[in-house]
Design a protein around this ligand. Structure first.
Ligand code: HEC
Length: 122
């Protein structure tokens, strides 16, 4: 049986889009862009906690590729830390507060992106 080409294209598109539907609340590509722009200095461009400033910080920025650790955090917890800053959630005040700088949507995008770094979720 031969499927018309347009059907095949559609099928391929659907297969690739399906897993991302569940995550439609956030856009990982946009999250990555913002992350590298704003968070990379401390957390590192690839999120390993090894940004240029990390060496001189008394508290090390979190390694977002650590699946064991990140797997224990809910999306809401990660979201709150980013929005309210470290101090508000009982962590180091070195982790800045991004609410007011980033919209909730932009923070959601970053949460979704951070999840892709460790492949973990909760
Ligand atoms: C000035 C350096 C700095 C910048 C910039 C920074 N962070 Fe952090 N971040 C930290 C430090 C230090 C910690 C660790 C706090 C602790 O463990 O007490 C942290 C912790 C976190 C955590 C908490 C993980 C956990 O333990 O619950 C998240 C999430 C996070 N950062 C996301 C971000 C995002 C997203 C951005 C950019 C929008 C960002 N950070 C920018 C320094 C920074």
């Amino acid at each position: 049986m031969r499927l018309p080409f347009s059907r095949m294209v559609w099928f391929v598109v659907m297969v690739f889009l399906m897993p991302s539907v569940a995550w439609s609340a956030g856009d990982a590509a946009r999250g990555k862009q913002k992350y590298q722009e704003l968070c990379g200095a401390c957390h590192g461009q690839s999120g390993k906690g090894d940004g240029p400033t990390a060496a001189v910080l008394p508290v090390k920025p979190r390694d977002h590729t650590d699946a064991d650790y990140m797997g224990k955090l809910t999306d809401q917890q990660v979201f709150n830390t980013i929005k309210q800053g470290g101090e508000a959630v009982g962590k180091s005040p070195i982790m800045p507060k991004w609410g007011g700088i980033l919209t909730d949507q932009q923070i959601m995008n970053i949460v979704v992106y951070i999840r892709t770094l460790s492949g973990s979720s909760k």
